[in-house]
Design a protein around this ligand. Sequence first.
Ligand code: CDP
Length: 232
Amino acid sequence: MPGQNFQIAIDGPVAAGKGTISRLVADQLGFLYVDTGAMYRVATLLAVRAGTNLENEPAIVKLIRLSNIQMRNPSHSEKDGRLTTVFLDGEDISWDIRTESISSKVSIVAALPKVREVLVKKQQIIAGTQNVVMEGRDITYRVLPDADLKIYLTGSDIVRAKRRHLQALQRGEFVSYDDVFEQLKIRDKNDTERVNDPLQIVDDAWVIDTSDLKIPQVVRLIVDKVRVMMDR
Ligand code: CDP
């Protein structure tokens, strides 16, 4: 094992199930769950609220540096379907960062190298001292290149778009399936084709296609594997 703590790094495209699966794996193993996408979403929300151009890198980096961003497990009273509670300067923005409006802009902000630099550092600090399940787009090769277990979660475009559409409807956001599908394709393209740290499958990743698997099945596969690795 590279470090004293056990690190599970998960990457994958939009709505591959990373959040739900990571949260359940973390709960079963007693690990910390870290949703790095939430950090890029907060950066996007900061830019939108400040009326900053989404490509204005110095301004967005400054906004991040001046903000107090806190992430933690949802408390009992916050259990409303969220996977993580996110505070921005004391305000609970856990749902504000999940709107389709933020989703459609986040990959523009996430392509800015200095924004990535600042957020990756924060993520590495969090993962340095405790057992983590950390998920995102660059975790397996940039944030935690020495992770004990690297996973690439994926699924067919249609299955992923259906999941994301259902999630939007459940929160009362009435977007069409076609719009969700189109946005998903655009975001996947932006994330895989960007110059800085694009989404990719590393050689030592365990690739799991979740299209035909139920969430508990995927969770079981991962938890069983980690238990075997930890017993060694
Ligand atoms: O919608 P989904 O839950 O699949 O995405 P997310 O994990 O919330 O991430 C939102 C966006 O943040 C991604 O589409 C990427 O553009 C960006 N991101 C990134 O660039 N690197 C990460 N480690 C995590 C997210």
